[in-house]
Design a binder for this molecule. Structure first.
Ligand SMILES: [Zn+2]
Length: 114
């Protein structure tokens, strides 16, 4: 997936076109992403014996093809490229400014304190 959790994205197709948000969930197998505050649908929960009825607002996943990444460096919507360094590590890069786009802060760097 070229767009990952934590990325800022812009919608390019559909009713939310032009809107921006942060990716809060990704479903690589379905190629969909949930973007905070976008593609909201209201779910009506019927009252039951235990609780009163209510309306829950929930984000629905958007297809990755409807979204474009916003580069954290140049703040522009951009296509994502890849770069592989000598050690074989793969980075995402912004095709506009060539800067490395950090994936979500899940760094597996082992920091050993002395
Ligand atoms: Zn950029």
């Amino acid at each position: 997936m070229k767009i990952l959790k934590g990325d800022k994205v812009k919608v390019i197709i559909g009713k939310d076109k032009g809107r921006e948000g942060e990716v809060i969930k990704s479903f690589p197998k379905k190629s969909t992403l949930v973007v905070k505050g976008l593609n909201i649908f209201k779910k009506h929960i019927k009252p039951s014996q235990n609780q009163p009825g209510k309306i829950v607002e929930k984000e629905r996943p958007l297809y990755i093809s409807k979204l474009i990444l916003i580069c954290p460096e140049c703040k522009k919507p951009t296509r994502v490229g890849y770069k592989i360094d000598k050690s074989g590590a793969k980075y995402r890069i912004c095709k506009k400014c060539q800067s490395i786009i950090n994936s979500s802060k899940s760094t597996s760097v082992s920091t050993s304190k002395k």
